[in-house]
Design a protein around this ligand. Structure first.
Ligand code: ZN
Length: 307
C-alpha cells in the first residue's frame, strides 16, 4: 500500500512544478471571454458596452440586417450551442429565434431584454381583417434601452459572477451615457417646429420613439417587414401626405428604398435621409453603436425638418 504513496521529495517537486507553471505568461492571462449570443446588432452593442473585455459577443443578425425576416444559418446554431448567455429582444421581433434556440440544443439562459417595457400595440389590417399587434421596436425609446441594459447586466452577472463588479461599473457608466444622449434627443426635437414633427418611414419602427419624444411616424408597412405594404396602404399614405402636407419621407437602413422613392416622387415630399431602425451600420459607420445610431437619427430629422 505504502509503495503507491508519493514520497516527500516527489511532493515538493510537484509543488515546485505548479509554482513554475503559475509563473508562465499563459497562466496569468485573463480568463477566456464569456461567449454571448445576441439576436441582433443593437443588443450585441449593449452586451459589449456592459461586458467589455470579459465577453465575446456575436450578433446573429448583423449590421443593416432585417431581424424580422432573418434566415438562420448552421453557424448560428453552433454559436448558440456554445453560448453561456443568449440575449433576445422578444415582443415577437425575432419570430425565428425560439425554434432556433431549441434546435441548437443551447443550454444557456435566455435574457429577454424587453421584459418590463410598457408595450405599444397597434391595429393592423391583414387580409381584410383587423388584428392587434405588439410593436417590438422598444429600443427606439432610450428609456427602454436603459431597461434593456439593466437586464443584460443582471444576465451577465448571473452567467459570470466573477465579473459582477466589472458589469456593475460598466453598466453604470453606460447608463449615464444613455441619459446624456436622451437629453440630446429631447433638445433636438424641442427645437423643431411642432407642425413638422411628423414624417413617413417605410415600416412602423419608430412608434416608441414617437411616444417618448413627441413625434409622429407614419408608415405604409406595419410593425413587421414580413408583409409588403399593400397598394391600398400606399395609396392611403400618398393621400395623407398631400392632405396633411407631411414634409418628408425617410429611408431606413433595413428597408428597400424604392417604395419611399416612389412615394416621394408622387407627392413631392422630400427624401429626408436615412434612419437606422432595426440594425446598426457597419462598425465605424454613422450608426456603429446604439448611441451613434440615436445621434445619427436625430441629426437626419433635424436637417430635414428644421427649415
Ligand atoms: Zn422593424
Amino acid at each position: 500500500m505504502t509503495a503507491n504513496l508519493p514520497t516527500r521529495r516527489a511532493l515538493i517537486l510537484a509543488a515546485g512544478a505548479t509554482l513554475a507553471l503559475g509563473a508562465l505568461p499563459h497562466a496569468t492571462r485573463a480568463a477566456e471571454p464569456v461567449p454571448v449570443v445576441a439576436s441582433f446588432s443593437i443588443l450585441a452593442d449593449f452586451v459589449q458596452q456592459v461586458g467589455g473585455e470579459r465577453v465575446n459577443v456575436k450578433a446573429l443578425v448583423g449590421p443593416n440586417g432585417d431581424g424580422h425576416v432573418y434566415q438562420p444559418t448552421p453557424a448560428d446554431a453552433k454559436a448558440l450551442a456554445a453560448a453561456k448567455l443568449v440575449v433576445i429582444n422578444g415582443l415577437g421581433f425575432e419570430g425565428w429565434i425560439p425554434r432556433l434556440v431549441k434546435a441548437s440544443g443551447a443550454k444557456a439562459p435566455v435574457v429577454t431584454a424587453s421584459e418590463g417595457v410598457t408595450t405599444r400595440t397597434m391595429e393592423e389590417e391583414e387580409g381584410g381583417k383587423s388584428r392587434t399587434v405588439t410593436d417590438p421596436h422598444a429600443w427606439q425609446d432610450v428609456g427602454n434601452a436603459k431597461l434593456y441594459v439593466g437586464k443584460i447586466r443582471d444576465g451577465l452577472k448571473a452567467a459570470d459572477p466573477d465579473g459582477a463588479a466589472t458589469y456593475d461599473a460598466n453598466a453604470a457608466r453606460y447608463l449615464a451615457q444613455l441619459d446624456a444622449v436622451e437629453a440630446e434627443v429631447r433638445a433636438t426635437i424641442a427645437r423643431l417646429p411642432a407642425d413638422r414633427r411628423r414624417i413617413i418611414t417605410t415600416h412602423d419602427a419608430f412608434g416608441y420613439f414617437g411616444r417618448a419624444y413627441g413625434f409622429e411616424f407614419i408608415a405604409p408597412q406595419g410593425v413587421s417587414t414580413e408583409t409588403e405594404a399593400s397598394a391600398k396602404d400606399v395609396a392611403r399614405i400618398i393621400r395623407q401626405i398631400r392632405a396633411e402636407k407631411i414634409p418628408a419621407v425617410f429611408l431606413e437602413n433595413v428597408s428597400d428604398p424604392r417604395l419611399m422613392d416612389r412615394i416621394a416622387k408622387e407627392t413631392g415630399a422630400k427624401i429626408g435621409g436615412r434612419l437606422y431602425s432595426d440594425a446598426l451600420s457597419e462598425p465605424g459607420g454613422p450608426a456603429g453603436t446604439y448611441i451613434d445610431m440615436m445621434r445619427s437619427n436625430i441629426r437626419e430629422l433635424n436637417e430635414a425638418l428644421s427649415s
